[in-house]
Every structure is written in C-alpha cells, then in structure tokens.
Write a protein that binds this ligand. Structure first.
Ligand code: BJ8
Length: 383
C-alpha cells in the first residue's frame, strides 16, 4: 500500500529539492546531458531546453561563501553577487561545477562585472539585456535571443529548430500556468498554507529537472490543498495579508518571511523573482515570429534594472487588489542600488492606495534577526 505523504513532508521535500537533485544532475551529466547555469529571470530558458540542455539556477543565496568572495570583490557589494561569485570560486555549488556554460545578462552593474570574472573559471556567455522596454529594446533583445540560440548550437553541436523551440515554449507555459494556479491558492482568506511553504514549493520546483514531473507534482499539491480547504481545513488562521516585493529572496533572505510570519501576519504573495514576476506572463505560442514572442515576454519582466520600470508597478497594482493585501514589505539587499532607489516609487505607489509599506535592507547573515523581529512585530501590530 502506498503511503500518502503528509503536507509538511511534501513542503520539506520541495525545500530540500535543490540539494536532493545533486545526484540526479550527476547522473544526467554521466549521460552527457549538458547543463547551463543561470542567475536571472531574464534568461530565456526555452532556448536552452530546445538545445537539449538543462537550465539550472546557480547557488547565490547563502552567506557561506561570502568571506571567500570578499577576497576578490569589494565588501560593499550586493550579497547575491558576492554569494554567487563565492560559490563559483570555492566550487561549493555542484551545479556551477556541472555547468558546461553559464548564461548571464547585462542587468545591474555588479552582476555584469561578476560575469567577466566568472569567465576565468567557465565558459560564460553574456546576453546584452536592454534597459528599456522600448521598440529598439525589443529589437535588440530578439537579436540577443537568436544569438543565444546560435551560441548553444555551436557549443553543443545541435540544431535548434523552430519546432523544438515551440515545443519548449508550450512546456514552459504549462509550467507557468501550473505554478500560477498553485500560488493563486493564496487568494483564499485565510490562506491554505504559510507563505514560507509557498516559497519552498515555488523555488524547489525549479530543481526538478523533469519538467513534466514537476508540473504533475505541483498540480497534485494544488488539487490536494484545494480539496482539503473545501472540506473545511484551515491550517493557517486569518491574519494581516502581506505582499513581499523587492530583490530576489530565498536562502538567507527568507529570514524576513519568517520574521513576518512569526510576528502575526501571513505572506500571501511574492511579487519578486521566484514569485509572480517570474511566472505571471506567458509566451504567445501562436506568434508567427517565435523569437520575438520569447523576447517580448522576457523583456516585459518588471525589474528595477529597467528604466522606467512601469511593468513592476502594473503587476504590483494588480496583485495588491487580487490578493487583498493589507501591507507591503520590500526586501532590499544591501548595496542593491536599483531596488534601493526604486523603493521610493514603490512606497509612493503603495501608500497612495492606503496600504502601509515597510522597506527592509538586509543581507544573508543572521546578525539582524533580532532587529527584524522587532521591526516586523511593530509594523504588523499597527495594521
Ligand atoms: S530579473 S531581480 S534575478 S536582475 S544582483 S539587481 S539584488 S544588486 S538580482 Fe535580479 Fe534578474 Fe532583476 Fe530578478 Fe540588486 Fe544584487 Fe543586482 Fe540583483
């Protein structure tokens, strides 16, 4: 008889998925399946998959390797960049080790320069990401998507046909729809799970290399949570509903989510990378020019490296309403200038709608946990 896993076991499995997939990655490498390391939501993963390679997000959210990184990089730099570089330098990220190619983009200045340094350790290919979502920007980004395809064809000795590409576009759209259906469960009030668990599933599902399997598992979890909720299960009590925005979180930065949830509120929505920002929009599968459709979908991502960053505000406005948000918490990683500066417009946008806003500047260390708890408790108490 097959034992039915408990929900905490399922959440735990997703949160350990990155680590649990090391072996699977090793076995795939043994079969000569190439791996392509990525760092950013702008990477058009469909093109990588159409080359028969596996895109994998590289380790970048722990302070473990920051002291090593600081031997080569300035201390006053975003922890995500220091962590990424540190993992590469110390070879502590198995996925970096397995990667045959790293694909980066010209996003923020620190990352751009880090990619140059990573080039001394691996084959690094940097795409020129325009900083404006303009007509010229769209043209350039389309050319960059085509250039990436050519790079992958040359690197792996394969042909990326339009048919293969369209197949992967369909698959990744299904993946997005599945994740969207899952996180939209949080529109329920009270939500059917803690925001911490929500993030573990969203993050962990990226590390299931068989996409079809990943979709199946997320769908099954969504169905189960929905069914149990309809039958009356309320694992989480009604509390103020928080939207988290800002820099990507995960790993060390999850301390902010923990502090929010330990101090009397529920995180019901992630606008940042790893959440809605990376999943919300689909690629137009029926577009005549599939390269332009891919380029448009990715370039539309509302990240602070864009100027102006209207798409971030558009998505935020929608999420505030759809998730009946009571307050917004912005996570700014130390020395991230674009998100730090943009927090002014985000605060204005949010508070103009009568919604309280708090910005938290932090890193991946545990040194500010006490202070985080105090600030979150005071903020939530006033809601
Ligand atoms: S699409 S959020 S993953 S660029 S590394 S900008 S925190 S200083 S990560 Fe990002 Fe792509 Fe945008 Fe998402 Fe700031 Fe640090 Fe730069 Fe960062």
């Amino acid at each position: 008889m097959e034992l039915i896993k408990t929900l905490p076991d399922i959440y735990e499995e997703f949160s350990e998925q990155r680590r649990n997939s090391f072996m699977a990655a090793f076995e795939m490498k043994e079969k000569n399946i190439p791996f392509v390391g990525t760092f950013c939501t702008y990477t058009p993963t469909e093109v990588i998959m159409a080359a028969g390679a596996v895109p994998v997000s590289l380790c970048s959210t722990s302070d473990e390797t920051i002291p090593d990184a600081e031997q080569d990089l300035p201390r006053n730099l975003c922890p995500l960049i220091k962590s990424s570089y540190g993992f590469a330098k110390t070879q502590k990220c198995p996925y970096f080790y397995f990667a045959d190619l790293i694909v980066g983009e010209t996003t923020c200045d620190g990352k751009k320069k880090m990619y140059e340094m990573l080039g001394a350790m691996k084959d690094v290919y940097t795409m020129e990401l325009p900083n404006r979502q303009s007509l010229m920007g769209r043209k350039l980004w389309r050319e960059e998507v085509v250039a990436l395809k050519e790079k992958l064809e040359e690197k792996f000795g394969v042909e990326i046909t339009e048919e293969k590409l369209r197949e992967q576009v369909k698959l990744m759209n299904k993946n997005r729809l599945s994740l969207r259906r899952f996180y939209e469960l949080m529109k329920l009030d009270p939500p059917p799970m803690a925001g911490f668990n929500l993030f573990s599933v969203l993050y962990g599902s990226n590390f299931k290399f068989n996409r079809w399997e990943a979709i199946k598992e997320v769908d099954a979890l969504t169905d189960r949570l929905l069914k149990e909720y309809e039958e009356g299960a309320r694992p989480i009590s009604k509390k103020p509903r928080i939207l988290v925005t800002g820099c990507p979180i995960g790993g060390g930065a999850m301390k902010v989510v923990k502090a929010i949830e330990d101090n009397g509120a529920n995180v019901v929505c992630y606008e940042n990378c790893g959440g809605a920002k990376s999943v919300d929009e689909l690629i137009n599968e029926d577009a005549e020019d599939i390269y332009q459709a891919i380029a448009d979908r990715y370039l539309n991502i509302g990240c602070s490296v864009m100027t102006p960053d209207n798409n971030r505000l558009n998505l935020m406005g929608r999420l505030l309403e759809e998730y009946k948000i009571d307050a917004v918490v912005e996570v700014v990683l130390q020395a991230c200038h674009t998100y730090n500066v943009e927090s002014y417009s985000i605060k204005k946008f949010v508070t103009e709608r009568g919604i309280p806003y708090m910005a938290i500047e932090t890193d991946y260390s545990t040194s500010d946990i006490g202070q985080l708890n105090t600030r979150c408790a005071a903020f939530i108490e006033m809601l």
